[in-house]
Write a protein that binds this ligand. Structure first.
Ligand SMILES: [Zn+2]
Length: 719
């Protein structure tokens, strides 16, 4: 307490000159008197998080494997709830959802021809990391795989994407009744999509392995000498079809409260009908070495010193998977700091707790950062500094199985969230390296960038925005684009799935921000992703964890305390225009007339710019009257909800956002209804989807214009 107190004084003193620089102090959404107070609160907040405390949290969360449904993960839920109470959080509760859980009972893979080889399906312990000897580490398995006992020939199907099966067909290879061996990423696609693709092709099973070209020795030194995956590392993971509908497969679209109606497993659209296992390259190599058939295409060759062949006859395996997939509780921990003035406006921060094993990076780095964020907010509360809006903190469960805990919670509180949520700030992994990788919806990207300009990269002591610009420039250069990135390119506004923001953005129309620091990370979902890996490679010294806590909490504070919510719809419109341009480029000329949509986006941008100006002008005049502020902020939140189409995407109605969805691979997908129709060449459906978008943009232009009129009049019109 005392160390934090003195740090606070020093920081406030250092910030005082900047706070006097002018109205609003460059803080979007704040009048100058509120900005000064906000700066002081942010400085006090930033002084709390410490690398030592973060490391202690991290050690605690990474001490044991804690997958969803395990007793250890439940214990951690109770631990978090108790700690939050001690820290001073309010309304701490543990929600229970009864969902389809998944665990292996027995798994084995034996090559029976041409030679016998028993796959270990286990990772080899290393002396440098005592945790790797923990007897509670599981074998490799794929969450929500079905059970199977089958003997069949093996076919190498590259990355297991649909185009790979085309290549096999051209080579006269039929995978029906066979077991396909695919690699994780070349290019990357979510393993559930590989499973669905194999299922559709009629395969009898799927083996997904980590090729060293992607995350092993071909990339650099392997653990414990480097951050890449060693010979026996296994990427566990679920193969749930949560790109169709996430959450508990048995309660699609409604919460899994105890006693809730459930669909039959055979009717559950997100449940795989195929069995599979993940393999290390150590276990995949004997299969690949013995394959017959044509030599695989050049870009199918991997990092092992052998000639990759397509197979299909010679190598036969016996695959046995017995899964324990049954309904069991998931626990979501929720805690709050109630808002002093606007308690029914919620800013939500969340991170998942469940990990395949120790979860060094994924997600315990994020959990450690979260605990420092809540500790700092508890301290602020104790010193009498309560945010204006309510902060809601959530520790999700079952993210790794199907984004389950967050989805059930979102469905549980859908009405409240629709009325009250201002934004959702997600952190899955906090740090696997030093590269800042923020994402945000178009209206919130400028808020994130503003803050990145203010905070320092702890390694270089330069503004984080500069490091971000360098990272983006490098990534672009790798794709052959030498153009220097503009400000609009720095925060990624193309948001796919694969984490807990999904229910908020895609189902509820709550705008989201995602934060992480990235780096070379080859041990994802393996038992080597632990405490030692983090301290050797990911973030020795925990500086990026602490910075992440600071960014996460500061963004929450800005959204919670702003006089007028700082959503930038002109920015949204600029990004929308790019989405349309990308679609146009990808579409055959003349098939799609998007002139009207483009005109509507232009009008939306004009309205957004006027709102930015009117807001700045109003804030220059001082803190707006509460009633005016309430109306303006309500309008801003309504704009975000208006992107929802109640009918949802054709074929997957749970996904309701007209601007954002994810492909089946988890990759981002903009203007999803329109883009999917255009890609399928269904021009009638595309025209209907374009009309839905036009209406949404027009509705929002009208809404923003109305907000501008209220602001300009300076007082609310008669009700
Ligand atoms: Zn995660």
């Amino acid at each position: 307490m005392s160390a934090a107190g003195s740090g606070f004084l020093v920081l406030v003193a250092a910030l005082a000159p900047a706070a006097a620089a002018g109205p609003g102090d460059g803080l979007a959404g704040f009048a100058s008197s509120s900005a000064a107070r906000e700066r002081a609160v942010e400085a006090a907040f930033a002084a709390v998080a410490s690398p030592e405390r973060t490391r202690d949290w991290h050690r605690h969360f990474t001490a044991e494997p804690h997958p969803a449904g395990s007793e250890r993960n439940h214990e951690l839920a109770r631990f978090i709830a108790e700690e939050w109470k001690k820290q001073g959080l309010e309304n701490v509760v543990i929600h229970r959802y009864d969902v389809l859980n998944t665990a292996p009972l027995e798994v084995s893979l034996t090559m029976v021809a041409p030679v016998r080889y028993e796959a270990s399906l286990r990772e080899v312990p290393v002396d440098a990391d005592p945790d790797t000897r923990n007897p509670r580490v599981s074998s490799g398995y794929l969450g929500l795989s079905v059970s199977v006992d089958v003997e069949a020939p093996v076919v190498y199907a590259h990355s297991g994407n649909p185009e790979d099966y085309e290549v096999l067909r051209k080579n006269g290879i039929d995978v029906r009744g066979k077991i396909v061996l695919v690699r994780y990423s070349n290019p990357y696609s979510y393993r559930g999509f590989k499973a669905l693709t194999a299922e559709r092709q009629g395969a009898a099973g799927i083996l997904i392995y980590s090729d060293p070209a992607e995350d092993g020795f071909k990339r650099g030194p392997v653990f414990p000498d480097g951050p890449w995956g060693p010979e026996s590392h296994i990427q566990r993971g679920a193969i749930t079809y949560d790109f169709i509908v996430p959450g508990d497969p048995l309660t699609p679209g409604w919460p899994s409260l105890p006693g809730a109606r459930q669909v039959k497993p055979e009717e559950a659209r997100s449940l795989p009908k195929i069995a599979g296992l993940p393999l290390s390259w150590k276990d995949a190599k004997p299969l690949l070495e013995n394959m017959d058939g044509p030599v695989a295409p050049r870009d199918w060759q991997g990092g092992l010193p052998l000639e990759y062949r397509l197979g299909g006859e010679r190598v036969r395996v016996h695959l046995r998977v017995r899964m324990d997939n049954r309904v069991a509780p998931n626990y979501v921990v929720e805690g709050r700091v109630r808002g002093s003035e606007l308690p029914d406006d919620w800013v939500i921060l969340g991170n998942h707790r469940d990990a395949w094993e120790f979860g060094g990076v994924d997600p315990s780095s994020g959990t450690a950062s979260l605990m420092e964020v809540t500790r700092a907010f508890g301290d602020l509360l104790k010193s009498g500094r309560r945010p204006r809006r309510t902060l809601v903190f959530c520790s999700w469960d079952g993210e790794e199985v199907g984004l389950t805990g967050s989805t059930e919670w979102g469905e549980n509180f859908a009405d409240d969230l629709g009325a009250k949520a201002v934004a959702y700030l997600n952190v899955d992994s906090s740090a696997s390296g030093p590269d800042f990788q923020p994402d945000a919806v178009g209206s919130l990207a400028p808020l994130v960038l503003d803050l990145a300009r203010e905070v320092e990269d702890p390694a270089t002591r330069r503004p984080l925005a500069e490091a971000l610009r360098a990272t983006v420039a490098k990534a672009r250069a790798e794709t052959g684009d030498p153009a220097p990135p503009a400000d609009d390119d720095l925060v990624d506004v193309r948001i796919g799935s694969g984490s807990d923001h999904t229910v908020f953005l895609n189902h509820l129309g709550v705008p989201t921000i995602g934060l992480t620091f990235d780096g070379p990370y080859g041990v994802y979902h393996s038992m080597y992703d632990g405490f030692v890996w983090m301290n050797r490679f990911g973030d020795p010294g925990y500086r990026y964890h602490v910075l992440l806590s600071r960014i996460w909490g500061t963004l929450a504070l800005r959204l919670a305390n702003a006089d007028l919510l700082p959503f930038d719809f002109a920015s949204y419109a600029r990004h929308l225009r790019r989405f349309v341009a990308d679609l146009d480029r990808a579409t055959e000329k003349g098939r799609l007339d998007l002139a009207r949509l483009r005109a509507r986006i232009d009008a939306f941008e004009t309205a957004g710019r006027k709102l930015n100006d009117a807001r700045a002008l109003a804030l220059d005049a001082g803190v707006p009257a509460p009633d005016l502020a309430r109306r303006v902020n309500r309008g801003v939140i309504d704009v975000e909800r208006n992107w929802l189409d109640p009918d949802g995407l054709p074929g997957r109605p749970w996904f309701k956002h007209t601007l954002y969805a994810a492909r089946y691979t988890y990759a981002h997908l903009e203007l999803p209804g329109l883009t999917e129709a255009a890609e399928e060449g269904d021009w009638e459906r595309a025209a209907r989807q374009a009309a839905i978008l036009e209406r949404a943009v027009a509705r929002n232009t009208e809404l923003v214009d109305g907000v501008v009129r209220q602001l300009s009049a300076g007082s609310p019109p008669a009700p």
